[in-house]
Ligand binder design. Structure first.
Ligand code: FES
Ligand code: FES
Length: 154
């Protein structure tokens, strides 16, 4: 199948790359563009480990075809922390919100979107918002505590 050149903004920079029509965004980010924070977990949209922001909205990059982001903007964790750790990331560190860390990039992306849309969510809203991001290690409480701490200090 023929390749196509796509052009999009990735973490603040315009990138161009050749992709096949069936290439998933996650593969292109990790294997062609060296963006390693989105992780391959389930490959089926069920774990959230591959999450990135597409025009400011969280998407599962394992479900999106790379051709779909032509002309759009993608931000991964690398983009969020380009100028140093965000307050959210610092809070996650403070609360030991990760153990293996596999879920971390997706979780931070998801919560970043939440706090942009709703700067003061309550605990129930936080839990609902991250319900599609699976974490095998923490039981979620330290993650929720970290988010609540950020909100408290706003
Ligand atoms: S790898 Fe994309 S949602 Fe699990
Ligand atoms: S810290 Fe291991 S999956 Fe979340």
């Amino acid at each position: 199948m023929e390749s196509k050149e796509i052009k999009f903004k990735l973490n603040g920079k315009i990138v161009r790359t050749e992709v096949k029509p069936y290439d998933k965004l996650l593969e292109v980010l990790r294997d062609k563009l060296g963006v390693k924070s989105p992780k391959y977990g389930c490959g089926r949209g069920e774990c959230g480990a591959c999450s990135v922001l597409l025009d400011g909205k969280t998407v599962r990059s394992c479900l999106i075809y790379a051709v779909e982001v032509d002309g759009h903007e993608i931000v991964s964790l690398e983009g969020l922390q380009a100028n140093g750790l965000t307050e959210l990331q610092k809070s996650f560190l403070k609360h030991n919100s990760f153990q293996c860390g596999f879920c971390a990039p997706g979780m931070v992306i998801q919560v970043t979107e939440l706090l942009r849309e709703n700067p003061h969510p309550d605990e129930e809203e936080i839990r609902e918002y991250i319900s599609g991001n699976l974490c095998r290690c923490t039981g979620y409480n330290p993650i929720v505590d970290a988010v609540l701490d950020v909100i408290k200090n706003k």
